[in-house]
Design a protein around this ligand. Structure first.
Ligand SMILES: [Zn+2]
Length: 381
């Protein structure tokens, strides 16, 4: 066996070696990475390798399988590896900081990788990190009644737990004052049609208001996102002083478990099926539906309790009910009524079914119970 083959074999073994963390991308956690930064000594996925290519002073990438590896580089990879390098570059990631996963959008991964290695924000001996606190700046916000994005001033007051935005730079009062208590933020780049698109939601009069914003700079929009997260964590610590930080972190912001078009009929199930955009919020246990994906308010919402409370989901339509164009049916049973949907494909049907089953099988948290008792349930609008 030549050097080339021998070194490739050593690398492939190293990818699987116990206790190294090499079997998952060092930056986004994707399984079976087959690229590596041979300057940092980590194994990364193809997507993350694309980000590393942008700062060659700090990182250089090679394919594990396709490129040539000499003895000393393989030696270097053996002495480093994902867990060891993580200990160095992720020594003190603030609790509020969003660490992206494999399925997150590129801007989150890119800023995480740059913050880690290029700006070295989280190294033990790095600069002192002060919590973001207050923040002021301009974001492009999608108009409520038209698709136009307009430049709006946003002001985050972390201590007061408020986010405000203004329609005019020298305007009198803010257009909206949003409580951090009810706020969520989630990157929705595809839906918004912008690689930096962020969806901010908050409660208003029993409904969920959506704001769609972006900034030209990836760093700016991710800094905004993490500033909102820092303010949320601060609020959660005050609201739930008895809970440890580790239990609060998952509550800071949340992503939808699934989104997409389905058709639904009304409460009598004789109404014609209408195409709606659905978004499943797993933490608040809500299925929200909209006429259009970028509507400011939902048209209606379905609260999803637990299987123990009599909620259930079935992979078909009730007898005698036929969909419109789509045949792949789903029926959700709640104590009050049943909801009947059709999905555009069997793949979508399976994904929705699994997502609903996931939420229904979770027991209600004290937070769910608190929300249900203070707010009541809201029907169609
Ligand atoms: Zn990755």
């Amino acid at each position: 066996m030549g050097d080339r083959e021998r070194n490739k074999k050593r690398l492939l073994e190293l990818l699987q070696a116990a206790g190294t963390g090499n079997s998952h991308c060092a930056d986004c956690g994707a399984a079976d990475p087959d690229w590596a930064s041979y300057k940092l000594g980590i194994f990364i996925c193809l997507n993350c390798s694309g980000v590393h290519r942008n700062f060659p002073d700090i990182s250089r990438v090679k394919s594990v399988r396709l490129d040539f590896w000499d003895d000393s580089t393989v030696e270097f990879m053996t002495h480093n590896g994902n867990l060891r390098v993580k200990a160095k570059y992720e020594a003190r990631v603030p609790a509020f900081y969003y660490i992206p996963q494999a399925n997150d959008c590129l801007v989150l991964k890119e800023q995480w990788i740059r913050a880690k290695y290029e700006r070295q924000e989280f190294m033990a001996d790095g600069k002192t990190i002060s919590p973001p606190g207050n923040r002021e700046g301009f974001l492009w916000k999608r108009g409520r009644d038209n698709a136009q994005f307009l430049r709006r001033k946003f002001v985050l007051l972390a201590r007061e737990g408020l986010l405000k935005y203004y329609t005019k730079e020298e305007g009198k009062g803010p257009k909206a004052v949003i409580s951090i208590r009810d706020l969520n933020a989630t990157f929705e780049t595809e839906k918004i049609g912008n690689p930096h698109g962020l969806q901010i939601t908050y409660r208003r009069e029993g409904h969920i208001r959506n704001l769609f914003v972006y900034h030209e700079s990836g760093k700016e929009i991710v800094d905004w996102f993490n500033a909102l997260r820092a303010a949320r964590l601060q609020y959660l610590k005050t609201a739930f002083p008895e809970l440890p930080e580790s239990e609060l972190v998952p509550l800071i912001t949340r992503n939808y478990l699934k989104q997409g078009f389905m058709e639904k009929t009304g409460p009598k199930q004789r109404e014609p099926f209408k195409k709606r955009w659905f978004a499943l919020d797993p933490q608040e246990r809500r299925l929200l539906y909209y006429k259009n994906p970028l509507d400011a308010f939902e048209q209606g919402q379905v609260f999803l309790g637990s299987n123990e409370q009599g909620y259930d989901v079935y992979e078909d339509l009730p007898k005698g009910i036929r969909g419109n164009r789509w045949k792949a049916g789903l029926t959700i049973i709640t104590p009050e009524r049943r909801f009947v949907f059709t999905c555009p494909s069997e793949k979508e049907q399976r994904e929705w079914l699994e997502s609903f089953q996931d939420v229904l099988s979770r027991p209600l948290t004290p937070l769910n119970l608190l929300a249900a008792s203070t707010e009541g349930s809201h029907g169609r609008r």
